[in-house]
Design a protein around this ligand. Structure first.
Ligand SMILES: C[S@@+](CC[C@H](N)C(=O)[O-])C[C@H]1O[C@@H](n2cnc3c(N)ncnc32)[C@H](O)[C@@H]1O
Length: 272
């Protein structure tokens, strides 16, 4: 009998193959490499001007975003869901809300790490990434819907079973971050699982300690993880060619496990 985990692994492989084919169909490797280098520089330099998505002009940069950032975030989320046992098992169709879903990778990786069939709701303001997110959900055969507004989605949705916020809070202003915390806190207190991921950088996320402090320590943990990602060879080569590291990624994580499970206290532990 094929286990749920190996079914998830083969879907991941098919997804990564299809993603590479999709974006390299009309672009040469060198074009995407140059675009990734430019995109990463723009993202760092133009951070004040509205984050990564604002830096996404042109096909090359969009492909670079989906291939490099999409895949690293997908694999990182997959590793975190596994490490912290966040996957859904049992019955019902749990809902995973993915705020700032980008190309859909965090919610999708969580769905794949679950034995249950899930429903994902991805919210993002960018129509380009929402188009890519719908493709991600479709190729992975995940039931999903998308929305153009985080605020409207938070107002409309019933308490989700899981909430993913990956690499997005740093693109929002204090008021939006506060609004998100105020809305999701009661959900987490009632048992919703939570996975918030941000880069380890005081410059990128100076608000991290204050923001995470309001989440109750008997339900939530704040950890740092060093993740070794098994990138597909072509993406690893793309990253190296663009001068980006492929060895490991260090992230900060705020997480709430399933109800009845104790929070993890590991302050820092590398994933092998
Ligand atoms: C760095 S990307 C991360 C995307 C995805 N979660 C991932 O891990 O790859 C940040 C995302 O936040 C979205 N975003 C930024 N500000 C937003 C806002 N005010 N409302 C909705 N989405 C927003 C951007 O469009 C972008 O897709």
């Amino acid at each position: 009998m094929i286990s749920d985990q190996s079914k998830g692994a083969s879907r991941t492989t098919r997804y990564l193959d299809a993603l590479l084919e999709r974006h390299f169909k009309e672009l040469k490797f060198g074009e995407v490499t140059r675009a990734l280098r430019a995109l990463s520089a723009d993202y760092v330099e133009k951070r004040e001007a509205g984050g990564l998505i604002r830096a996404l002009e042109g096909r090359g940069k969009r492909a670079a975003f989906a291939l490099y950032y999409g895949v690293t975030h997908f694999l990182a989320t997959e590793a975190l869901v596994r490490e912290f046992d966040l996957g859904f098992t049992g019955s019902g169709r749990p809902t995973i809300l993915d705020l700032g879903c980008g190309t859909g990778v965090c919610g999708a990786a969580w769905a794949l790490g679950s034995a249950d069939a899930t429903s994902v709701v991805g919210a993002d303001r960018s129509s380009f990434v929402l188009h890519e997110a719908r493709w991600t959900y479709q190729i992975l055969r995940i039931k999903a819907e998308t929305s153009r507004s985080i605020t409207e989605t938070l107002d409309a949705i019933r308490r989700p079973d899981g909430i993913a916020i990956g690499w997005t809070l740093n693109e929002l202003d204090d008021e939006r971050r506060d609004r998100i915390a105020a809305r999701i806190l009661p959900w987490v207190a009632k048992g919703s699982r939570l996975l918030v991921v941000e880069p380890v950088s005081k410059r990128v996320a100076p608000w991290w300690d204050e923001w995470t402090k309001r989440f109750p320590p008997d339900r939530c943990s704040v950890v740092e993880k060093k993740l070794r990602l098994d990138l597909p060879p072509k993406i690893a080569l793309l990253a190296r060619s663009a001068g980006l590291s492929t060895d490991a990624m260090v992230v900060r994580v705020l997480l709430a496990p399933g109800p009845g499970e104790p929070p993890r206290r590991t302050p820092f532990s590398p994933v092998a």
